[in-house]
Design a protein around this ligand. Structure first.
Ligand SMILES: *Cc1c(COP(=O)(O)O)cnc(C)c1O
Length: 473
């Protein structure tokens, strides 16, 4: 009978509700949320008692596990964790501009306003206003890409992985696609080029070695089964030393001679050359089209600075086939994505406007002195606490998003040392704080890189740091 007696001594829900600590949690999270986690917790305690082996001796039972204050304390932890589960805004103090875990590119105001406008109203998504007939959802995007890159056509899908998948499914089923072994890339989040290709029904024909590939390797691979050559941008790694790759112009020449299209998965894709601002001197999308690449794909939310999307540009004869494939319907983008993409692209007609208004480009081109001044402003807002050491330091910011892994930007930030206190605890408190501040730890110091923090976020960032510090010390 011992179990029954112990079960009877579990406090009732009303006893919990009467505790002042419960009142605070209800105020913070709502009564409904509080009752939900309370019932879960009480059920857990009950089943632990019921399922325990044999009888529990009454004097052996740890009654503190039934203490109202202790249980409410556990509930507070649980509620805090659960309230952090959904998507919410965060402050990116990592210095990684296109941070996949943090949502990649921040959208331009213009793009956001357009999303609002077409979402809170009906829109002309698929209506041709002149004829009153059904229109096409990516008409404007096609025109803009034609203007910006000279491409004959453009197609927009859900993301770049979908773009690669769709191209191969629509054009390369049961055909051999020739790829260099040095470009068999894994992008992260389990996206492996070879696996995508296999799933599309294309047959992978690997040529060359990991570090060296020659034009003759591509040539030797050509047979009546060959459908295309594909190039994949090795976005997230670099092979250095004894290497050889095939120039785009060479590859295009050989492909043309054999009547084959060249497909290129660019990953990031740039509209403007930003080498002046620390990015590698890479050909733009326009230059690649001019070099004769037939079909190009890239992401909407990497260096382009727009919403998540996969963009395919290139020759009309291929893109028409891609667009009319049944899979297109499953991969098409919604009106919010399209609105954000159109408005982001509109800004590209003018270089100065683009780098001023598209946050990703703005961060890339922001001068180090400006970043330093933000770091100084933040430093001035941090309260002095005994045992806490803060320094303004030089840092290295990165593009991220699997793009240009070896290039860095000169940047500035704050390095915070907590002496005897656990630095991991501070960084974790900041992550789970109201503003979700994401910083990194380097050599036992928390580093706040200001390259990815906007001026208007400085007060919030300082408040979060001050609060977390006060909790740790
Ligand atoms: C990032 C990347 C992808 C995947 O793009 P998503 O838009 O995330 O689907 C594919 N290929 C390359 C080379 C990339 O860098």
């Amino acid at each position: 009978m011992q179990k029954k007696e112990i079960l009877q001594s579990i406090p009732a829900v009303n006893d919990f509700l009467a505790a002042p600590e419960a009142g605070l949690l209800i105020e913070k999270y709502s009564r409904k949320e509080f009752l939900k986690v309370l019932r879960e917790e009480l059920n857990k305690i009950r089943s632990q008692i019921i399922n325990s082996r044999g009888e529990i001796q009454k004097d052996e039972f740890d009654y503190s596990s039934l203490n109202i204050k202790i249980i409410i304390n556990n509930l507070a932890e649980k509620l805090k964790l659960e309230s952090n589960v959904g998507i919410k805004k965060a402050i990116n103090a990592t210095g990684v501009i296109i941070h996949t875990n943090l949502g990649r590119s921040v959208l331009a105001k213009e793009a956001l306003n357009k999303v609002m406008e077409v979402s809170e109203n009906y829109s002309t998504l698929e209506l041709d206003l002149k004829s009153g007939q059904r229109g096409y959802r990516s008409k404007k995007v096609k025109k803009i890409f034609k203007d910006l890159t000279g491409a004959e056509s453009a197609v927009v899908v859900n993301n770049n992985a979908a773009a690669v998948m769709l191209i191969l499914t629509a054009l390369m089923r049961d055909k051999e696609v020739v790829i260099s072994r040095g470009e068999m890339v894994e992008i992260g989040g389990s996206f492996r080029i070879p696996e995508v290709m296999e799933n599309s029904g294309a047959i992978l024909k690997e040529v060359g070695s990991t570090n060296r590939v020659y034009v003759k390797d591509y040539l030797n691979a050509v047979s009546e089964k060959t459908g295309a050559f594909i190039k994949v941008h090795p976005s997230n790694y670099r092979i250095e030393g004894f290497t050889h790759s095939v120039k785009t112009s060479e590859l295009v020449r050989v492909a043309k001679k054999n009547n084959l299209p060249v497909i290129e998965d660019l990953g990031s894709g740039i509209i403007f050359n930003l080498s002046e601002y620390g990015l590698p001197d890479e050909p733009t999308v326009k230059e690649r089209i001019e070099a004769g690449i037939d079909i190009l794909t890239f992401s909407g939310d990497k260096l382009l600075g727009g919403p998540q999307a996969g963009i395919i540009v290139g020759r009309k004869k291929y893109l028409n086939q891609i667009e009319s494939h049944p899979m297109m319907r499953a991969l098409r983008v919604d009106k919010m994505t399209l609105a954000a993409l159109e408005e982001t692209l509109n800004l590209y007609y003018n270089f100065d406007e683009a780098v001023k208004k598209i946050p990703t480009l703005k961060m890339i081109t922001e001068k180090p002195e400006n970043v330093k001044s933000k770091a100084q402003q933040l430093l001035n807002k941090i309260k002095k606490v005994e045992g806490l050491k803060i320094e303004l330091v030089k840092t290295e910011a990165r593009v991220g998003g699997g793009a240009f892994p070896v290039s860095t930007f000169d940047s500035y930030g704050l390095a915070v040392e907590t002496g005897t206190k656990d630095i991991e605890n501070l960084v974790s408190k900041l992550r789970t704080s109201k503003n979700s501040v994401i910083a990194r730890i380097q050599a036992d110091r928390a580093i706040f890189d200001l390259k990815t923090v906007r001026s208007i976020q400085l007060d919030q960032l300082a408040a979060s740091i001050n609060k977390a510090v006060s909790e740790v010390f």
